[in-house]
Design a binder for this molecule. Structure first.
Ligand SMILES: *[C@@H]1O[C@H](CO)[C@@H](O)[C@H](O)[C@H]1NC(C)=O
Ligand SMILES: *[C@@H]1O[C@H](CO)[C@@H](O)[C@H](O)[C@H]1NC(C)=O
Ligand SMILES: *[C@@H]1O[C@H](CO)[C@@H](O)[C@H](O)[C@H]1NC(C)=O
Ligand SMILES: *[C@@H]1O[C@H](CO)[C@@H](O)[C@H](O)[C@H]1NC(C)=O
Ligand SMILES: *[C@@H]1O[C@H](CO)[C@@H](O)[C@H](O)[C@H]1NC(C)=O
Ligand SMILES: *[C@@H]1O[C@H](CO)[C@@H](O)[C@H](O)[C@H]1NC(C)=O
Ligand SMILES: *[C@@H]1O[C@H](CO)[C@@H](O)[C@H](O)[C@H]1NC(C)=O
Ligand SMILES: *[C@@H]1O[C@H](CO)[C@@H](O)[C@H](O)[C@H]1NC(C)=O
Ligand SMILES: *[C@@H]1O[C@H](CO)[C@@H](O)[C@H](O)[C@H]1NC(C)=O
Length: 427
């Protein structure tokens, strides 16, 4: 495309100037996403510090604040702290000081731990997508984050140097990128299955760059949960997580008779449906899970499937040899999440609904949804496996969520949206 070839003639610094002075341009910035095999969760790679260092962080969609380990190995000539009593420090919801330095509360969403640590500013750079072989980096020199300490990474993806927060807050990674580049506050994710590489796409609502055929997204409004579910909350702020209006769940076209009230977020923040990268598999409140399993097993009889011994954490498994493989995964009943209108639904095929487990003489496909118990805060938590090899877009400006069904339907997957082809911009 002409825009990209024009840009490729500019130097790395000129590119960042060019972008920041020209708000209407939408050159997507990319950050590769990988799946961590031990936790089944996801990591994102960026460039930080001066000189720029390739850094891998745990990806958390719902978190408000990015944090990094600031131990003795943290070396950067551009890093600085934020004094107290500055307008920047006062703008943080936490509004805390420690040792005369502005302080924040970095959180681990899995272990639900936090601490008070220093706020910092340093350089962040991401490659911009470019159809030519070069990939210039776009520099954001004043990226704000919190420091964290080693025990805070417990339970996250392995070997990460901190956590990248993608939540709705003003200081999340996508929010800061959008502010710095005057670009839309919207980003997309393509979470990879297995060892493929996926990507996060920032500063752009355009995913068409990455595919040879047209990829259409379906949209539904983003819902605001009025009550944050973080360890530290400030002045009854709303949640920075992404909730959507799932009004019913259908299996093979048949709607589960779910009590509708549980699918609605109430004033205390309970109920409803959110999207989360903190859960490897979708978690359903018990009453929904029981109906889900009952309907799925019944509809599976039409596929000549008979359940076998289940493998934890799943409740329903089938002998792998009994399932027919298709290009969208094993042939099983479809799962539809119906949104604000009957015509708007998110269809999941076997590749997203089923999980293959091969170990110690066991070879089964299991229904990849888990029972969350009956006092779940959120009724439906759509987890990583159900998002893989699909494009999901979080358009905070327009307050809407876009999704595709499986890219496998179009002969594509998340590796089509990746940087594996691009040369390492900092050698
Ligand atoms: C405050 O400063 C002192 C002296 O520089 C240092 O030993 C201590 O660790 C600091 N505390 C925090 C919370 O940063
Ligand atoms: C910040 O302001 C508070 C109260 O206004 C004051 O007590 C404190 O000394 C100030 N700190 C700095 C570093 O100026
Ligand atoms: C976030 O930024 C917007 C726009 O700058 C502002 O209106 C809003 O008050 C900010 N929210 C918080 C919680 O600071
Ligand atoms: C995705 O990538 C594969 C392999 O590079 C290619 O064959 C296919 O056409 C691509 N699909 C789309 C929709 O871009
Ligand atoms: C649905 O759930 C609400 C809250 O738990 C309860 O008050 C109501 O009776 C339930 N409705 C039905 C039809 O079960
Ligand atoms: C079970 O499936 C059969 C068709 O396979 C259907 O006729 C029946 O209504 C289903 N029962 C329930 C409870 O969904
Ligand atoms: C299910 O099994 C029956 C009897 O073996 C067979 O006639 C039918 O074609 C099978 N259906 C499917 C969908 O495989
Ligand atoms: C969710 O969708 C239903 C059906 O269109 C609608 O009645 C309801 O108001 C929506 N809920 C929210 C929170 O937008
Ligand atoms: C890598 O680049 C080649 C040549 O430009 C292209 O044909 C191929 O589809 C690209 N592969 C990916 C995964 O982007």
């Amino acid at each position: 495309m002409p825009l990209s070839s024009l840009c490729s003639r500019f130097s790395f610094l000129a590119i960042s100037l060019f972008l920041s002075l020209t708000p209407t341009l939408q050159i997507p910035l990319l950050a590769p996403i990988s799946k961590d095999p031990s936790s089944q969760l996801y990591t994102i790679s960026l460039f930080l510090k001066t000189p720029l260092q390739h850094t891998t962080l745990h990806l958390d969609l719902g978190s408000s604040l990015t944090w990094l380990l600031c131990d003795s190995t943290y070396t950067s000539s551009s890093s600085h702290q934020i004094p107290c009593n500055t307008s920047l420090c006062d703008s943080f919801p936490s509004n805390a000081c420690s040792n005369d330095t502005c302080a924040l509360f970095p959180e681990n969403p899995l272990t639900r731990t936090t601490l008070l640590d220093t706020a910092r500013i340093d350089s962040l750079a991401l490659p911009s997508y470019d159809a030519s072989s070069q990939s210039p980096l776009v520099l954001i020199s004043d990226f704000i984050f919190s420091c964290g300490v080693a025990h805070l990474v417990q339970g996250l993806a392995t070997n990460v140097a901190g956590l990248a927060a993608l939540g709705r807050s003003n200081y999340s990674l996508p929010a800061q990128i959008s502010t710095a580049l005057s670009s839309p506050h919207s980003f997309s994710l393509c979470l990879p299955a297995s060892s493929n590489t996926g990507a996060a796409i920032f500063a752009s609502t355009t995913i068409s760059y990455f595919f040879s055929s047209k990829i259409d997204l379906t949209y539904t409004p983003l819902i605001l949960n009025p009550v944050a579910d973080t360890v530290v909350t400030h002045n009854s702020q709303p949640s920075d997580e992404y909730f959507i209006n799932v009004t019913s769940i259908k299996i093979n076209g048949k709607a589960l008779p779910i009590n509708g009230s549980i699918l609605t977020v109430d004033q205390t923040g309970f109920g409803g449906t959110k999207i989360s990268t903190a859960e490897p598999y979708t978690v359903l409140e018990s009453s929904i899970y029981k109906l889900f399993v009952q309907f799925f097993v019944n509809e599976s009889s039409a596929f000549n499937l008979t359940v076998t011994e289940a493998v934890e954490p799943f409740g329903v498994c089938y002998p792998a040899g009994d399932l027919t493989e298709t290009r969208v995964g094993p042939a099983v009943p479809t799962v539809d999440l119906v949104m604000h209108s009957e015509e708007v639904f998110w269809r999941m095929f076997g590749g997203n609904s089923m999980v293959r487990i091969e170990k110690e003489g066991v070879d089964v496909w299991c229904l990849g949804f888990v029972d969350g118990g009956n006092r779940r805060r959120t009724a439906v938590v759509i987890g990583g496996h159900q998002l893989e090899d699909s494009v999901v877009e979080f358009d905070v400006d327009s307050n809407r969520f876009g999704f595709t069904s499986s890219l496998l339907l179009q002969g594509a997957n998340c590796a089509n949206v990746s940087l594996t082809n691009l040369t390492n911009p900092i050698n």
